[in-house]
Design a protein around this ligand. Structure first.
Ligand SMILES: Cc1ncc(C[n+]2csc(CCOP(=O)(O)OP(=O)(O)O)c2C)c(N)n1
Ligand SMILES: [Mg+2]
Length: 694
C-alpha cells in the first residue's frame, strides 16, 4: 500500500521527532523496496543527522554549491539513505557539471522509491557528481573522513588568503560521520594524525560507536580505546551516551564550534537498527532489509502508521524549510552581499575566487614555462617537473601541494619567495608536508580539489599503491587532481626491487578516467603539465624519471607539443614510409631514437613514436591514430621499463615487446639496463628479426 499522502499520524510526536522518524522510515522503506541496502545505521543516526542539518549546518538547499557552505561528509557511505532522506526533505536543488541550477530537486521521492536502481539519484552509496549535495563519494570506508581533512585544510587556506578584516569570506566548518569501519581503516588514522598536527578546529568527526560491524560485535577485532587514541592525536574528544538525545548532540556541536586549535571527535553511542525489536544492536540490522513484519514492528515503535510507505507527514518539509532552509538562505544571501562589498574593495581576490569556483585558470597561468635546450646529458624528469611546478604555482595562487616526505627527492618543493610551508601557524602555505602518509595524502588532495583548490601530491611511483584507493576515487569523482610520481622505473637502481615499480603503470592505466603520462624528456614534462593543468574534471598521474634523460633536439625531431595527442611521430623514416615502428614512453624514448638512427644508417626505414599517454592517444580521431600507427605496418617494437600488460593493443600480434617480467634487481642502473635488455642494440636486433633482415 502506498500512502505517501496520508495525514499526520494521530499521536503526532513533536516535530523534531517526526522529522527524525521520517528519515528512519524513508530509509527502512527504500531498503525494503530495493531488496538491498543498509537500514540499521540510518535508523540509529537519524537524530544526529537531523540535528546537524536542521539545527546547525549553514547550508542553503537552494544553492548547494555556495562556496562558504558547511560541508557534510557521510564517511560510512553504506548509510546513504540518511543523505538521500535529508537532501530530499530539505529540497536541495540539483546543479549540473557547469554549476548551473537545473530547477529541480536533487533527490526526489521517486528517486528514493527507486533507491539503488539504474539512474536513480539515490544510488547505493553517496556519489559526488551524480547527486548534488553530496560533497564527496564515500563507500570505501575511511575515505570520507580522510577527505574531510583535505576540506578542512582547504577552508583554512582559503580563509588565510582571502579573509580580510570585516570580510570573513571563508569561515565554514566540516562535519563528518564515521562508523567503526572508518576508524579501523588505516587511512583515517593517517588523516587524523595530520589533522591533529595541523590543529584543524574547523573539523568535527562524529563516531558512530555502535560496536557492530558486519561480522558481529566489535569485540571480535576492535577493542582499542578510540578516545585515548584521538586525545593522543591532539583532538578534543567528546562523548554522548545516547544517540537519541538531540539536545546533547546540539550542545556537543556547539562545543566543537567554540573549540580552538584542535579538531573535535564526538563519540556517539548508538544502537544500530534502533527501534527494531528483533534486530536492534545486531549485525543483522547492518546490511539487509528488515522484512515486512519487522518493519511493521519498528513503525509501531516509532508511533508511525504501520502500513504507510515512503510517508512524509504533513509539516516535515515545512519544518526543514524553517530550519536549515531559512538559516541557509539567510547565510547564503548575507555572504553574497558580503562578497559584493569585498569585490569592490578587493577585486583581484574576488576574481580569483570566481575563477577557482569554476575550475578555471588565471590569465597568464602558463607564462614563463621553461623550454629546455637540446642536451645529450639531459635533465631528470623530476628536475624538469620541479622547475615547471614552481613556475605554475607562482602563476596560479591556488595551486598547492606536497609530498609524503620525499620532497627533496621528488623535487616538488615550491621554493619561490612566499611559497611557505603549510602549518598550523601558517595555513596559507603552499607546501603541504603530508608526512609518510601516502594514502591520506591522496584523500586529502581529493578534499582540497573538492574545495576547488588545485592540488598535487607526490611520492615514488612504487608507493602509488599506498595512495591508490583514494586515486581511484579521484577518477570516480572526476576531480582534476595531480599526482607527480618520480622514480618511475629502474632509475632507482641500487635501491632494488622494493623501489622499482613494475606493474604500477599498467595498474594506473587500468583506472577509468585517470590520465597517465610518462614524458620522454624535459620538454615533454613541461607539455605534460601544460596539458594536465587545463583539465577541469580529470585526474592525472605524471610518471617522472629519477635519472637525467637526454633532452631531445626538437629541431631535428618533432616538437614536444605532440604530447597533447597522447602519442606522436617523433622521428620518421624518409618519406614517412616506415617498415618498422618503435613505440616507447619515458626513458625508453631516447633508446628508441638511438636505435632508430642505427637502423636508418643500416638502411632500415624505422619510425619512433613517443607514446606518453594511452588515455589521451585513445581519444584521438581514428584518422590520427592510424597516421601514427598505420594498421598496415605490423613490424612494431614496444619498449617500456615496466610490465608489458596491455601493450598488445598497440604492438599487435606480430610485434615484439621489451619490458619487465620480474621485479628488477638491486644494481647500478647501467647494469640493470643491460641485464633486462633496455639497449639500442637489442632494439636493432629485434627490428631485423621482425623484418627478417640480416
Ligand atoms: C574499505 C572497505 N572495506 C570493506 C567494506 C565493506 N563494508 C561495508 S560496511 C562494513 C562494516 C562497517 O561497519 P561499521 O563502520 O561499524 O558500520 P555500521 O554497520 O556500524 O553502520 C564493511 C566491512 C567497505 N565498504 N570498505
Ligand atoms: Mg559499527
Amino acid at each position: 500500500m502506498n500512502v505517501t499522502q496520508a495525514a499526520t499520524p494521530v499521536a503526532a510526536p513533536e516535530m523534531d521527532q517526526l522529522c527524525i522518524n521520517t528519515i528512519r522510515t524513508l530509509s527502512i522503506d527504500a531498503v525494503q523496496q530495493a531488496k538491498s541496502g543498509h537500514p540499521g545505521t540510518p535508523m540509529a543516526l537519524a537524530p544526529v543527522v537531523y540535528t546537524i542539518w536542521n539545527r546547525v549546518m549553514r547550508f542553503d538547499p537552494q544553492d548547494p554549491i555556495w562556496p562558504n557552505r558547511d560541508r557534510f561528509v557521510l564517511s560510512n557511505g553504506h548509510a546513504s539513505m540518511l543523505l538521500w532522506s535529508v537532501l530530499h526533505l530539505t529540497k536541495t536543488q540539483a546543479v549540473d557539471a557547469e554549476y548551473e541550477k537545473l530547477g529541480h530537486q536533487s533527490v526526489s521521492l521517486d528517486d528514493i522509491r527507486r533507491f539503488r536502481q539504474l539512474d536513480s539519484r539515490a544510488p547505493g552509496h553517496p556519489e559526488y557528481h551524480w547527486v548534488s549535495g553530496v560533497e564527496t563519494t564515500t563507500g570505501p570506508l575511511g575515505q570520507g573522513v580522510a577527505t574531510s581533512v583535505g576540506m578542512a585544510i582547504a577552508q583554512k587556506w582559503l580563509a588565510s588568503r582571502y579573509n580580510r578584516p570585516g570580510f570573513n569570506i571563508f569561515d565554514y566548518n566540516i562535519y563528518a560521520i564515521a562508523g567503526d569501519g572508518c576508524l579501523m581503516e588505516g587511512v583515517s588514522s593517517e588523516a587524523a594524525s595530520l589533522a591533529g598536527h595541523l590543529g584543524l578546529d574547523n573539523l568535527c568527526w562524529i563516531y558512530d560507536n555502535n560496536q557492530i560491524t558486519i561480522e558481529g560485535n566489535t569485540r571480535l577485532a576492535f577493542t582499542e580505546d578510540v578516545a585515548t587514541r584521538f586525545i593522543a592525536y591532539g583532538w578534543n574528544v567528546l562523548r554522548i551516551g545516547d544517540a537519541n538525545d538531540i539536545e546533547r548532540i546540539e550542545h556537543a556541536l556547539g562545543v566543537f564550534r567554540k573549540t580552538q586549535g584542535r579538531p573535535t571527535l564526538i563519540i556517539l553511542d548508538s544502537h544500530i537498527g534502533y527501534g527494531s525489536p528483533n534486530k536492534q544492536d545486531t549485525s543483522a540490522a547492518h546490511g539487509e532489509p528488515l522484512g515486512d513484519d519487522e518493519i511493521r514492528l519498528c513503525k509501531r515503535n516509532y508511533g508511525w502508521p504501520e502500513e504507510a510507505k515512503f510517508l512524509v507527514p504533513e509539516g516535515v518539509y515545512e519544518h526543514f524549510a524553517a530550519g536549515i532552509g531559512a538559516r541557509g538562505e539567510r547565510a547564503c544571501a548575507e555572504w553574497k552581499e558580503l562578497l559584493g562589498a569585498y569585490r569592490a574593495k578587493y577585486p583581484a581576490f574576488a576574481t580569483e575566487i570566481d575563477l577557482m569556483q569554476r575550475r578555471e585558470l588565471p590569465a597568464g597561468w602558463d607564462r614563463d614555462l621553461p623550454i629546455f635546450p637540446a642536451d645529450a646529458k639531459g635533465v631528470a624528469g623530476r628536475d624538469a617537473s620541479g622547475k615547471t611546478l614552481n613556475v605554475l604555482a607562482r602563476n596560479i595562487p591556488w595551486f598547492l601541494g606536497g609530498s609524503a616526505d620525499l620532497g627533496p627527492s621528488t623535487k616538488t618543493l615550491l621554493t619561490f619567495e612566499g611559497a611557505g610551508d603549510l602549518e598550523a601557524n601558517n595555513p596559507g602555505g603552499r607546501n603541504i608536508h603530508f608526512g609518510i602518509r601516502e594514502h591520506a595524502m591522496a584523500a586529502i588532495i581529493n578534499g582540497l580539489s573538492l574545495s576547488k583548490l588545485r592540488a598535487f601530491g607526490s611520492t615514488f611511483m612504487v608507493f602509488s599503491d599506498y595512495a591508490r584507493p583514494a586515486m581511484r576515487l579521484s577518477a570516480l569523482m572526476e576531480l582534476p587532481t595531480i599526482f607527480a610520481f618520480t622514480h618511475e622505473a629502474m632509475g632507482d637502481g641500487e635501491d632494488g626491487p622494493t623501489h622499482q615499480p613494475v606493474e604500477h603503470l599498467a595498474s594506473l592505466r587500468a583506472i577509468p578516467g585517470l590520465i597517465v603520462l610518462r614524458p620522454a624528456d624535459a620538454n615533454e614534462v613541461v607539455e605534460a603539465y601544460r596539458y594536465v593543468m587545463q583539465l577541469r574534471h580529470t585526474p592525472a598521474v605524471l610518471a617522472l624519471s629519477r635519472q637525467p634523460l637526454p633532452t631531445l633536439d626538437r629541431k631535428k625531431y618533432a616538437p614536444a607539443s605532440g604530447l597533447a595527442q597522447g602519442a606522436y611521430i617523433l622521428a620518421d623514416a624518409p618519406g614517412a614510409n616506415p617498415e618498422v615502428i618503435l613505440i616507447a614512453s619515458g626513458s625508453e624514448v631516447s633508446l628508441a631514437v638511438e636505435a632508430h638512427e642505427k637502423l636508418l644508417a643500416g638502411g632500415i626505414r624505422s619510425r619512433v613514436v613517443s607514446l606518453p599517454s594511452w588515455e589521451i592517444f585513445d581519444h584521438q580521431p581514428q584518422e590520427y591514430r592510424d597516421k601514427v600507427l598505420p594498421p598496415g605496418i605490423t613490424a612494431r617494437i614496444m619498449i617500456e621499463q615496466a610490465s608489458m600488460f596491455g601493450w598488445e593493443r598497440y604492438v599487435g600480434s606480430s610485434g615484439r615487446m621489451i619490458g619487465m617480467k620480474t621485479f628488477g634487481a638491486s644494481a647500478p642502473l647501467k647494469e640493470l639496463l643491460t641485464k633486462f635488455g633496455f639497449e639500442p642494440g637489442r632494439i636493432v636486433e629485434i627490428a631485423k628479426e621482425l623484418l627478417r633482415k640480416p
